[in-house]
Design a protein around this ligand. Structure first.
Ligand code: SRM
Ligand code: SF4
Length: 583
C-alpha cells in the first residue's frame, strides 16, 4: 500500500492511475507485443477503456511442462446511455460479434452490451468497429460514472422526453475526457468527441481531466433516471437515483437519492448492500449540476486506501446523511428542496405490444438472461438482425436484460411476429410471468469473480420454479427471481423477491423479500443450497404465500408484512458468510 502526497494510504489501483498519464499506461505497447495477457497496472487501466481481461474458466490448456495455463481473452462493454440505439447501430454491433467475439451479444443489467471471447490481437479492431457505430466503450467500466440508466419505455410526453435529454447530458458531463482512448484505439482520430467538462477540481495543474483529475473516482459510480412510477432501473440500488416528478403534465423536477449499492464480500463485516437514502428535490435546470455535485463529493471524500470499502454507500454510512446533504448544499449552484412524495413505484418488464405516447407501437422482446445468440431451435440473434434490418425500429436495451423495438406500426408488429416465429423465438405472451422478470449474471465461464454457475443454469432452474408454481396453482403470478454467481450482485438479487446468490461451487444462499417496487432489501433465509435443491427449498415459502396472502399481495410484500410488520431497512452483511465455501 503506497501513500499519497497528503500521507493518506493509497491502493495499488490508485497508484496505477496516478502513474498512467491519464489512462495511457503501457497499453499501446503491450497491445503490439506477443504476450497474450496484460500485467496488473494495464489490466486495471484497460477497464476504463471498456475492456476486461478474462480467461475461459472451462478451458485450461496444458503447457510444455504439463501445467494448466489460462487462455486469456477479453470482454468488451459498450456504454449506451439510457440503453437507446438506432437500427444501424444495432446492426453494427451485431457485425462485431460475428467477426471478432464469440457470436453473441450480451444485453446487460445496466442497458449496455457486452462482447465476450475477444483475443488480444483483435481488441483494437473491436473497439474501432464499436466506435464506427458512433457508440463508445470509454467509461463503460473503471472508476468513473458508469452507463447512465433510464426507464426503457419510450417517453410518453414532452416532460418524459426531457428526462431522456437529461440522462444523455449527465452521461456526457461525466464522461472521461482523456485523449488516451483515441490515441490507443483510434490512432488519434476523434470519432465520438467528449465535450469538455467544467473545471472544478481545485488546485489541479492543467490536465486532461478537468472534472476527474488524474485519480478519477475512488471506485465505480452509478446513476439511474426513472420516469414517474417506473422503477425498472432499481433506483434504490444506484449511487445516485433520479426520480422524475411530473405535476400537471409538466416536469416539476427530480427527486434525488444517494448511496445505494449492492456488492459485499464474504467474511468482511464492514461490507454490505445498502439502499439509497432520500436527499431532496431539484428543479429541472439543476439536474446535471446535481449529478456532478454528488460525483464530486465522492471524488473528494471517497476511500482511496481500501477498494472494498470505496463506494459512495460507505462514505454516507460513515459520515451520515446530514453531513452529505450539508456538503452537497455547499457545492451545489442551485437550491436543494425537500423530497417530493410521489406515487408508488413498480419494476416493469415492458414485454409484448404497447402503444407509445406518440401513437406508434413498441414490442418488448424477451431475451433470456440478456444473451442474444443463435441456438437450436431458437435463433434469436438472426431473428433480431432480420427484424432490425427490415423494419428499422429504434432499440432500447432494458434493465431487465430485454430489448424493446420502438417506433413501429401495427402492420410492422405483425411482420415482427412472423419473423420471430420463423426463427423459433417464443412470443413474449407465451412466457410465464416469473420468467419475464427473471435475471441472471454471466458468471461461468467468463467472469473471474464467479464462485458458482448462474446464466448457464438459470433457464433449467426457472423450468423447475415454473413447474412448482403451476403445481401450486400460482403459475400466472409475477415473481422476480434473480440469480448471481457471487455476492457482488450484478443483477441486483438483493432487491428481488427471490435472490439466489452463489456461495461456493454448487452452493447458493437464498434471499427473500425484495418487492416489485424495488425499494426493499431481501433477507437471507436459507444458506448453502445445492442447485438441485433450490426449487424445493422454495416450496414451503411459496405455499405459505399462496395460502395467507392478501388480495393482490406479491410474494415479497407478503414476506415483508409477515416478517417485518411494516417498512424496515434491512442491511445485509457479509459478516457470517464464508469465503469460497470455507467457514
Ligand atoms: Fe457487475 C464486477 C458483470 C452490473 C456489481 N460485473 C463485474 C465483472 C466485471 C467481473 C470482474 O470485475 O471481473 C463482471 C463481468 C462478467 C462477465 O463475464 O461479463 C460483471 N455487472 C456485470 C453485468 C454484465 C451483469 C449482467 O448480467 O448484465 C452488468 C454490467 C452492467 C453494465 O452494462 O455496466 C453488471 N454489477 C452490476 C450491478 C447492477 C447495476 O449496476 O445495476 C451491480 C450491483 C450494483 C452495485 O454496483 O453495487 C454490480 N460487479 C459488481 C461488483 C461489486 C461492486 C461493489 O462495489 O460492491 C463487482 C466487483 C467489483 O467491482 O470489484 C462487479
Ligand atoms: Fe461475476 Fe459475481 Fe457479477 Fe455474477 S455477480 S457477473 S459472478 S461478479
Amino acid at each position: 500500500m503506497a501513500a499519497s502526497d497528503d500521507g493518506k494510504k493509497q491502493s495499488k489501483v490508485e497508484v496505477a492511475k496516478e502513474k498512467s498519464r491519464f489512462l495511457r499506461g503501457t497499453i499501446r505497447e503491450v497491445l503490439a507485443s506477443d504476450d497474450p495477457s496484460l500485467a496488473h497496472d494495464d489490466s486495471q487501466l484497460i477497464k476504463f477503456h471498456g475492456a476486461y481481461q478474462q480467461y475461459d474458466r472451462d478451458m485450461r490448456k496444458k503447457n510444455a511442462q504439463g501445467k494448466a495455463e489460462r487462455t486469456y481473452q477479453f470482454m468488451v462493454r459498450v456504454r449506451i446511455p439510457a440503453g437507446r440505439v438506432t437500427a444501424d447501430q444495432y446492426l453494427g454491433l451485431d457485425a462485431v460479434t460475428d467477426r471478432l467475439a464469440d457470436g453473441s451479444l450480451r444485453a446487460t443489467s445496466r442497458q449496455g452490451i457486452q462482447f465476450h471471447g475477444i483475443v488480444k490481437s483483435d481488441l483494437k479492431k473491436t473497439l474501432a468497429r464499436v466506435n464506427e457505430t458512433l457508440l463508445t466503450t470509454l467509461g463503460a467500466c473503471g472508476d468513473v460514472s458508469r452507463n447512465v440508466m433510464m426507464s426503457p419505455a419510450p417517453p410518453a410526453n414532452d416532460s418524459e422526453s426531457r428526462i431522456l435529454v437529461f440522462a444523455r447530458q449527465v452521461a456526457v458531463a461525466l464522461r472521461p475526457a482523456t485523449g488516451a482512448y483515441h490515441e490507443i484505439w483510434l490512432d488519434g482520430e476523434k470519432i465520438d468527441t467528449p465535450k469538455p467538462s467544467k473545471p472544478d477540481v481545485q488546485n489541479q495543474p492543467a490536465n486532461e481531466e478537468p472534472f476527474y483529475g488524474q485519480h478519477y473516482l475512488p471506485r465505480k459510480f452509478k446513476i439511474g433516471f426513472s420516469l414517474p412510477g417506473d422503477n425498472s432501473v432499481d433506483l434504490y440500488t444506484q449511487d445516485l437515483g433520479m426520480l422524475a416528478v411530473v405535476r400537471d403534465n409538466e416536469l416539476a423536477g427530480v427527486n434525488l437519492m444517494v448511496g445505494g449499492g449492492l456488492g459485499f464480500t464474504h467474511l468482511k463485516a464492514d461490507t454490505f448492500a445498502r439502499l439509497a437514502s432520500h436527499l431532496g428535490f431539484v428543479a429541472p435546470k439543476a439536474v446535471v449540476d446535481a449529478a456532478r455535485t454528488v460525483a464530486s463529493i465522492f471524488r473528494d471524500y471517497g476511500n482511496r486506501g481500501d477498494r472494498r470499502h470505496a463506494r459512495l454507500k460507505y462514505l454516507i454510512h460513515e459520515r451520515g446523511m446530514d453531513w452529505f446533504a450539508a456538503e452537497f448544499v455547499k457545492r451545489f449552484e442551485h437550491e436543494l428542496l425537500p423530497w417530493e412524495e410521489g406515487g408508488p413505484l413498480v419494476i416493469k418488464e415492458h414485454l409484448g405490444r404497447h402503444q407509445a405516447g406518440d401513437g406508434s407501437w413498441y414490442y418488448g422482446l424477451y431475451v433470456e438472461n440478456g444473451r442474444i445468440r443463435d441456438g437450436d431451435p431458437v435463433r434469436l440473434r438472426s431473428a433480431l438482425r432480420t427484424a432490425v434490418a427490415e423494419l428499422k425500429p429504434g432499440l432500447v436495451f432494458t434493465p431487465q436484460q430485454n430489448v424493446l423495438l420502438t417506433g413501429m406500426s401495427v402492420s410492422q408488429l405483425d411482420r415482427l411476429d412472423g419473423i420471430l416465429e420463423h426463427f423459433g423465438v417464443p412470443l413474449s405472451g407465451t412466457i410465464s410471468a416469473a420468467r419475464k422478470l427473471s435475471l441472471a449474471c454471466p458468471a461461468m465461464p467468463t467472469c473471474g469473480l464467479a464462485i458458482a454457475e448462474s446464466e448457464r443454469v438459470s433457464p433449467p432452474l426457472m423450468d423447475q420454479i415454473e413447474a412448482l408454481m403451476d403445481e401450486l396453482g400460482i403459475g400466472d403470478e409475477p415473481l422476480s427471481v434473480r440469480m448471481t454467481g457471487c455476492p457482488n450482485g450484478c443483477v441486483r438479487p438483493y432487491t428481488a423477491e427471490i435472490g439466489i446468490v452463489g456461495r461456493a461451487t454448487d452452493s447458493y444462499d437464498i434471499y427473500v423479500g425484495g418487492q416489485l417496487s424495488g425499494d426493499t432489501l431481501a433477507d437471507l433465509v436459507t444458506e448453502k443450497v445445492p442447485l438441485s435443491g433450490i426449487s424445493e427449498s422454495l416450496r414451503p415459502l411459496l405455499t405459505q404465500w399462496r395460502d395467507e396472502r392478501q388480495a393482490g399481495e406479491g410474494f415479497g410484500s407478503y414476506h415483508q408484512r409477515v416478517h417485518h410488520q411494516g417498512p424496515k431497512l434491512v442491511v445485509l452483511t457479509g459478516a457470517k458468510l464464508p469465503v469460497d465455501g470455507k467457514e
